[in-house]
Write a protein that binds this ligand. Sequence first.
Ligand SMILES: NC(=O)c1ccc[n+]([C@@H]2O[C@H](COP(=O)([O-])OP(=O)(O)OC[C@H]3O[C@@H](n4cnc5c(N)ncnc54)[C@H](OP(=O)(O)O)[C@@H]3O)[C@@H](O)[C@H]2O)c1
Length: 329
Amino acid sequence: MAKALVLGATGHIGAHIVRALLAEGHQVRAAYRSERFLPVLEGLAVERARVDLDSLDGLREALAGCAWVFHAAAYYPGLRAARAQALERALSSTRRVAEELLRAKVERLVFTSSASTIRYVAERPATEADTEPWPLQSWRPLYTTVKIAIEHEMHRAQQAGLPLVITNPSICIGEYDAHPFSGRAVLAFAKYQIPFYLDHTLHLVYTGDVGVGHVRAAQRGRLGERYLMTQHQVPIREFGHLVAHAAGVSPPRWRLPRAVAYAAACVLEPLARAVGAEPLLTREMIASTRAFPRRLDGSKAARELGLPQTPLADAIARAVHWFRAHGYC
Ligand SMILES: NC(=O)c1ccc[n+]([C@@H]2O[C@H](COP(=O)([O-])OP(=O)(O)OC[C@H]3O[C@@H](n4cnc5c(N)ncnc54)[C@H](OP(=O)(O)O)[C@@H]3O)[C@@H](O)[C@H]2O)c1
């Protein structure tokens, strides 16, 4: 059994990778940054290592003796981040981390990227073969731009010898989401009971399946390949109904026209900034729902990695239950 280092082990995806590794009997070194989120690892038989990927503190020591590395701690910009600084931070930190990983001569690096890096294709569902060239020629939301830039850097490191497999999860829904980012979609309907929905389709995957998929990517993933991990394609209205049903609250009732949502975002963004919170809606979010209606084909990860296929209602129920049990809603 390989010894594995999980970077971002206290994160939503990392917490599931840790559990999937333990379920198969692997030894795990769980890297965390802030002690605040350590309860996510409570009760697990793992070695803990403090690692800061900005300063690289602890990374070299944490890598020692680990054949597999799972990197589920790549930078993503919050909804209030400034574009140029976010991009600069993403590129410089990815380069420095990749250099350390190359130096450590690991057997496998499974890097968690995002489904948002998959190119938009109009005429058919997009697959992992649809890559976006970098630098980008057209406007993309900041999150997407940052993720594409980071993937580009990781591919450069692969050409320099890093044994890389990339995973591209869509929106992850499940338990252990202690820093709810994708989980905000669940909380919007379970906690805030937002009565509105946008006419837009979400691509979703159960995070537990993503954790298992990462372990399979280390075992069977082909070097240099990307694996799009997505299972469910549902309109926001249907998603809201499933969440409301799981939480026992009222479902969203009214369709919010984009123009009204955009106007609401214009008000909510400065309000959120004033109180130091992440806004529920941003203008960029609304613009991206118009710019990128897309269909995704996640069959390669199902075929090659045997990605498990948990029903969406189960994933939502697990998320709602966990958020409730941990005081998030
Ligand atoms: N969740 C999704 O729906 C989704 C979908 C596709 C792709 N992704 C990508 O997958 C990655 C993981 O996502 P996630 O949802 O698991 O994120 P998350 O819940 O926010 O967790 C991020 C993890 O990375 C750690 N981390 C962040 N910056 C770090 C740094 N500079 N040094 C050391 N550790 C650091 C965090 O440590 P702390 O606990 O100390 O904060 C945490 O353990 C991200 O790159 C994200 O963009 C996520």
